[in-house]
Ligand binder design. Structure first.
Ligand code: ZN
Length: 366
């Protein structure tokens, strides 16, 4: 499998453009025309991770955190992140980053964490919305079929796995051509009544110009009548997860459960130690800022990493329960992504797909 093919599959499953605008995802180091010998997933691309990939015969690393993120002043053998890039290039190892695009994926990092914690009935905590338009066009009944075929041929009016998704309502249109009008039907100064169809269909926001152009091009009238109604809908993508434990737990039992399931030596609790925990919301990595939204949705506790003193004090003052599960808990994506890749690449790739065994948590729990 060419690296280009692999990137296309990843982009199809976990679109790179669904990442945050400040992020840096996709192919960061490498050559998309080369062959993929093996794939290794990692949370962070450290020098030890590159050594492990070389040792395992994997020329492609898929890491969650982008190695190229902040300013980098040199790519040399000496030190710093530049040294890791130097090593990747020297050993012809490709590096792909799947960061916030994997966070917002419905089977991504947050779903993987929720699965480890045995949460049930999980939903996306902050579903994203997409802009679209409902279009309605009024056209003579005799022209409707050919008109719809033209729209459909150009990719308009699709719904999920369905094409040519139109709704038709029969009615009568009326008009009186005046002045310099050159009517397709009717005569100057006379009110004309025509059997028409109101055709309704949906388009993506990106299809607005195309739809307008096609209507004007294929509608028989000199002045077609149509409307674009702007709307929004939730999509199956977004940050965080919220789900239920099979039965309520004490804070102590829950923290023990979290430590065991995530193999974490310690976690930090903020809030009421006597609370009963059943509805759990989480955002892997650094998810502070969304705790209020989690509580409003009924979460008994909000789990994330990188909680600072003032975030903690704010939450405690507001009567919320938080659990800092450490940013490193996102390491569960290594095995989680291997499972997804095995599924996505089933027919395309028979090489090795493995998770890095290198521990990249910079903290030592003393
Ligand atoms: Zn992270």
């Amino acid at each position: 499998m060419k690296l280009k093919t692999f990137l296309d599959i990843l982009n199809n499953q976990v679109p790179f453009d669904s990442a945050e605008s400040w992020d840096n995802v996709g192919l960061l180091v490498g050559d998309s025309s080369c062959n993929v010998s093996g794939i290794m997933t990692a949370l962070d691309c450290t020098a030890e991770v590159v050594d492990e990939a070389i040792e395992k015969g994997c020329n492609t690393i898929v890491a969650h955190h982008p190695l190229i993120f902040k300013g980098m002043r040199a790519i040399t053998e000496d030190a710093g992140y530049g040294r890791i890039i130097y090593k990747l290039i020297q050993n012809k190892i490709n590096l792909i980053a799947m960061h916030t695009n994997l966070d917002v994926h419905p089977q991504g990092v947050n779903a993987m964490l929720a699965e480890h914690l045995e949460l049930q009935s999980c939903k996306i905590l902050l579903p994203e919305t997409t802009d679209y338009y409902k279009v309605q066009v009024y056209i003579p009944e005799t022209d409707a079929t050919a008109f719809k075929l033209q729209l459909s041929k150009h990719g308009l009016a699709t719904e999920g796995n369905y094409e040519h998704a139109f709704f038709n309502t029969k009615g009568q249109g009326q008009f009186k051509p005046v002045g310099d009008a050159q009517p397709h039907i009717g005569a100057i100064g006379e009110i004309k009544t025509v059997d028409e169809v109101k055709i309704e269909f949906m388009i993506d926001a990106s299809q607005y110009q195309l739809a307008q152009q096609l209507i004007n091009q294929h509608h028989p009238y000199e002045t077609p009548v149509y409307d674009f109604l702007p709307l929004q809908k939730e999509i199956q993508r977004g940050l965080g997860m919220i789900g239920e434990l099979s039965e309520p737990m004490t804070v102590e039992a829950f923290t023990t459960h979290v430590k065991k399931q995530l193999n974490m030596p310690s976690v930090r609790f903020i809030g009421n130690k006597n609370a009963a925990i059943q509805t759990v919301a989480l955002i892997g990595g650094s998810g502070i800022g969304y705790e209020m939204s989690a509580m409003k949705q009924g979460a008994d506790i909000f789990l994330t990493g990188d909680i600072k003193h003032h975030d903690a004090l704010d939450a405690k003052t507001a009567g919320m329960n938080l659990l800092d599960i450490n940013h490193y808990s996102e390491y569960v994506m290594k095995e989680g992504l291997v499972t997804l890749l095995n599924h996505w690449l089933e027919q395309q790739f028979d090489g090795r797909i493995c998770a890095s065994e290198t521990h990249t948590d910079p903290y030592q729990y003393m």
